[in-house]
Design a protein around this ligand. Structure first.
Ligand SMILES: Cc1cc2nc3c(=O)[nH]c(=O)nc-3n(C[C@H](O)[C@H](O)[C@H](O)COP(=O)(O)OP(=O)(O)OC[C@H]3O[C@@H](n4cnc5c(N)ncnc54)[C@H](O)[C@@H]3O)c2cc1C
Length: 450
């Protein structure tokens, strides 16, 4: 394994005003990466939003590398100029992770998309579309161990690694991380490093792969991923109507004990009615509980991947049904013991605030809380976030994880500070080692309090 540790920042800060530094940087990039730099306002604006609908900064330029060397050049030049660099895959993330909060360069990875088998391991460029990776795995009867909810034809493997790689059938597969053999990345210090090992078996000790997975482009840019797929057993879809949130908690607990349940997804009554014609059979306060359970091949129906599509389908449906509204959302992972009270508290708080609300979740305890805030109401975001924050705040006291899905991005820094405590100190120190110039996706990892 080739491993080159990142160097610390060289002494001396970049000279000149921010505008001068940016102009110098753009001139250098246009000269060294001719044809790969785009500065048009329309393109820069398009590359500055993602599936979250949140607003942040606007990129000053887009660089679309065709080779790892181009990434190295871009990181080196941005580091010397002290200009922010935000890495982007397909821009389908729901947390604003790919939004260039402080402007600068957006590095679009989609041309690094080669996919090839190397023995039993699939080696793919970070810009490979998830659909292309899934096709390659399917040649050997395998599937990706974490299907993201974003459109697989658009979202990239690097984006999935960047946002953590957990998803609906993570219960059975453990998510993406256990199946990643090796990552090739370019750190914010401009060093090419390889972590993990191609050889089979768990990740080696003293290895950085697990740290880099889910680091949202804040430490390093993933350029290549070596992974294995998984083979899922045949399943059939079972659908149950549950009378209330206590019955849902009981069903989730039972699923946690039952190894024949491969994946599960529940919808609140409002979400079930929004998605299914016969959703009205779910009583107020109740839920629709869908599971994929082991079945003999002859009885196998449905697919676990389809369960992971439900969140996207619900969002599309709500967006269409609520024009002139903004959907405000959060997705904590909540211990099953308190899930019923959290759901009830969320629905009550939304009713009191006069906001339409929906929720759904998976068998792991991830709960998607969605509130529609009317665009013509100036206090809409405050009221909507008050509803969400009240629930998350209470859940954190009982061991919830603020970020159960989507990644942290612009949504969760406030919660990371509360949840991670002293760990945040160490993360910030590590970030300084990986990213000595402070250019990598800045503004996302909250600073420590002291
Ligand atoms: C409904 C919904 C639910 C989701 N739930 C989950 C979930 O439970 N678990 C989960 O992991 N993800 C979740 N996601 C996010 C999902 O993983 C992304 O939609 C998709 O995988 C991101 O791919 P992308 O190429 O569009 O990434 P982008 O949106 O472009 O980027 C996502 C993040 O990854 C970083 N990134 C992109 N490329 C790289 C790279 N090459 N190297 C380093 N960092 C990079 C970006 O800076 C950004 O922080 C969800 C998305 C949706 C739409």
């Amino acid at each position: 394994m080739e491993l080159v540790f990142p160097k610390r920042a060289p002494a001396g800060a970049p000279t000149g005003s921010p505008v001068e530094r940016l102009e110098r940087l753009l001139a250098e990039l246009e000269q060294r990466l001719s044809g790969l730099v785009e500065r048009g306002l329309a393109a820069c604006t398009r590359a500055s939003f993602d599936g979250s609908g949140l607003e942040g900064g606007i990129a000053d330029a887009i660089v679309t590398p065709e080779a790892v060397e181009d990434v190295l050049i871009c990181v080196d030049a941005c580091g010397r100029a002290g200009v922010p660099l935000t890495v982007r895959g397909g821009g389908t993330g729901r947390a604003g992770g790919a939004i260039p909060l402080r402007g600068g360069i957006v590095l679009v990875m989609t041309r690094l998309d080669a996919v090839a088998w190397q023995g039993e391991v699939l080696v793919a460029g970070a810009g490979a579309r998830v659909a292309a990776v899934e096709r390659a795995l399917a040649e050997r009867g395998q599937v990706l161990s974490a299907r993201p909810y974003g459109d697989p034809a658009v979202s990239t493997l690097g984006g999935l690694i960047g946002s953590g790689g957990a998803a609906v059938h993570a219960r059975r597969t453990g998510g993406l991380a256990p199946h990643v053999r090796r990552l090739q990345t370019v750190t914010g210090a401009g060093e090419l490093i390889r972590t993990g090992a191609l050889a089979a078996g768990p990740l080696p000790t003293w290895d950085l792969t697990r740290l880099l997975i889910g680091s949202e482009g804040g430490l390093a840019i993933v350029t290549e991923v070596a992974l294995t797929g998984v083979t899922l057993r045949p399943t059939r879809r079972v659908v149950r109507v549950l009378r209330d949130s206590e019955a849902l908690a009981t069903a989730l607990r039972a699923a946690g004990q039952d190894s024949s349940v491969a994946a599960g997804c529940w919808l609140s009554a409002s979400a079930a009615r929004a998605l299914f014609d016969d959703g009205a059979r779910v009583p107020d306060g109740g839920a629709l509980w869908l599971t994929d359970e082991d079945a003999a091949p002859s009885a196998a129906k449905g697919s676990e991947a389809a369960l992971s599509d439900l969140e996207g389908r619900l969002t599309a449906q709500l967006t269409a049904a609520h024009p002139r509204h903004t959907l405000v959302r959060f997705a904590p992972r909540i211990p099953i013991e308190i899930i019923a009270s959290c759901i009830d508290a969320f629905e009550t708080a939304a009713t009191l605030a006069g906001l339409a609300a929906w929720c759904m979740g998976d068998e792991l305890g991830t709960v998607h809380l969605v509130v529609a805030a009317p665009d013509d109401d100036p206090g809409r975001f405050e009221r909507a976030t008050d509803v969400l924050e009240g629930v998350v705040e209470a859940a954190l006291d009982h061991g919830a994880a603020a970020v159960g899905a989507f990644g942290s991005g612009l949504l969760a820094p406030r919660w990371l500070r509360r949840e991670r405590g002293m760990q945040l100190d160490l993360l910030n120190q590590l970030k300084t080692v990986f990213d000595p110039h402070g250019i990598m996706n800045p503004g996302k990892l909250p600073k420590t309090r002291r």
